[in-house]
Design a protein around this ligand. Structure first.
Ligand code: 5AD
Ligand code: SF4
Length: 489
């Protein structure tokens, strides 16, 4: 979910030029709250995608309602919760390292410390983490967060491990208002569906997060509307397979295109993004919503995974290279100027040099603005693990990945250079990471822009002229403050 190359922990949203599974450091929820009398303080560390960050916010609000306090300092915590990612082996290894460290602390200096594992590793590694390695006290799967207060109380009382890894077909946490602990007060994530039914051959998500289920429209609209009232300027709607969203509302099927349309009616000044989508669910109706609604950003994270039809078939992606390229062309003709990012896997089972070359040639054809690129990592239970041999040598995977990254960096730089001299409406997200004298924010097309602060402030829309760039960032100077309504005229 952020983020390249092959990085396995979440990328800070403030600098995210992307919205996918990216990653470079674990996240700690960004607020301190007091515990009610007699209650304990919790430290939550989050790995993986934006969905995990959104889930950690849910967990924080569930525990907050029970009087737990939140701390950003692991040393001050009575309860440490690690929200985990299982998508690649490396991600799992990192989490294990952290758990071992907390366990050592508990044994050596802090016997009352409670250590919990949340999320994607819970189901798969429950036995190992609990029985064999005795690393944790509480294990809670992604559909069982409501049970967390009970489980924490149980382990505190009995000294025994407490577990709930039940995967639900219904749970969407629709009625729970997440507390935006991890937000800049400008852009927020809204979870609209959970799980995935696609069963791509390489992917562990359907096993860790269960079946697809969509959250009711009314609760999504209510949450977005509340965010507007609170002054938020951007929502990113989230789901493992977000554009397969579908619910029955009063006998009428609402799909993703209609949902976005309805969210866009809430405010003319609220930008709308989404992540992460599957090409098979990228309908013309959805593209027309991008075209017709000025606040629906002209950017799609549209993972291709590979450039060869034969590899896509082995990956069970359900589309061919040609169908994917047609989709990109259709999108560009319906929504001129739309930008794309993607996910690409190098070294999938049986990948030949010729097949790898097809990935490079597809990248050259599409010219993505941005990509998340990974070496294939075999995951347990997946179709690929059961049916294919992970037979591309590590050195070859690495070399192919490096070629993919080099090509993408060059393309990103070329595309950014073409933007020099153009003006864009930037939603200011905060200070730039490098200097307090500069602000950063993103264009409609999800390009990060850095410019001199002057008298502008986070939360404002500012027209910025691009004067320079790197492959990851546009540099510019502010022209004037603006609004989305003005921009659309
Ligand atoms: N190995 C490497 N990359 C993977 N991804 C998912 N599973 C694997 C795996 N087993 C990548 C895909 C997906 C992104 C979130 O992570 O590109 O779109
Ligand atoms: Fe994994 Fe494929 Fe589902 Fe994405 S669509 S979460 S890659 S199974």
């Amino acid at each position: 979910m952020q983020p390249i190359p092959d990085l396995d922990i979440l990328q800070p949203t403030s600098s995210a030029p992307d919205l996918a599974e990216g990653i470079d450091a674990p996240r700690t929820l960004g607020q301190e709250t007091d515990a009610r009398d007699g209650q304990r303080r919790v430290y939550i560390e989050t790995y993986g995608c934006q969905m995990n960050v959104a889930d950690s916010e849910l967990v924080a609000s569930i525990l907050g309602a029970e009087g737990y306090g939140l701390t950003q300092q692991e040393d001050e915590a009575d309860v440490v919760l690690i929200n985990t990612c299982a998508i690649r082996e490396k991600a799992e290894d990192r989490v294990r390292g952290r758990l071992a460290k907390f366990r050592a602390k508990k044994v050596q200096t802090k016997p009352d410390l409670t250590i919990g594992v949340l999320g994607c590793m819970a189901e798969r590694l429950r036995t190992k983490l609990l029985d064999q390695e005795k690393l944790v006290d509480v294990v809670v799967g992604p559909d069982a967060y409501r049970d967390l207060p009970r489980l924490l109380a149980e382990t505190a009382e009995t000294g025994q491990a407490a577990v709930n890894v039940h995967l639900s077909r219904e749970e969407t946490y629709a009625d729970l208002a997440p507390v935006r602990y991890d937000s800049n007060g400008i852009s927020a994530f809204v979870s609209i569906m959970r799980g995935c039914d696609n069963m791509c051959a390489f992917c562990v998500v359907p096993f860790t997060r269960g079946r697809e289920r969509s959250r009711p429209v009314t609760s999504i609209l209510a949450e977005c509307s509340q965010l507007v009232d609170l002054g938020y300027k951007e929502v990113t709607v989230l789901g493992q397979n977000v554009n397969s969203y579908r619910v029955d509302a009063d006998g009428h099927a609402v799909d993703f295109a209609e949902l976005l349309y309805r969210i866009s009616l809430l405010s003319p000044e609220l930008r709308i993004r989404y992540s992460t989508s599957h090409p098979k669910d990228c309908s013309d109706a959805l593209l027309h919503v991008h075209r017709e609604r000025p606040t629906v950003c002209d950017f799609i994270h549209l993972p291709v995974q590979h450039g060869s039809t034969e590899v896509l078939r082995r990956m069970r992606r359900t589309y061919t290279r040609e169908q994917y390229l047609d989709l990109i062309e259709r999108a560009r003709s319906i929504v001129p100027g739309i930008a794309f990012s993607t996910d690409i896997i190098a070294g999938f089972c049986g990948e030949t040099d010729e097949e790898h070359a097809e990935t490079l040639s597809l990248m050259e054809q599409v010219r993505y603005d941005h990509a998340f690129m990974f070496a294939y990592s075999e995951r347990p239970h997946t179709y690929a693990a059961r049916k294919f041999e992970d037979n591309v040598p590590e050195a070859v995977k690495k070399r192919r990945l490096a070629e993919i990254i080099t090509l993408q960096n060059q393309t990103s730089l070329d595309l950014n250079r073409q933007r020099i001299g153009q003006r864009y409406t930037v939603l200011v997200e905060g200070l730039s990471r490098k200097s307090d004298a500069q602000l950063c924010g993103r264009t409609d097309t999800n390009h990060m822009v850095v410019f001199d602060r002057e008298d502008y402030a986070p939360g404002e829309y500012v027209e910025v002229e691009v004067t320079g760039c790197t492959s990851a960032t546009l540099l510019g100077h502010a022209i004037r403050q603006t609004t989305l309504v003005e921009e659309a005229v």
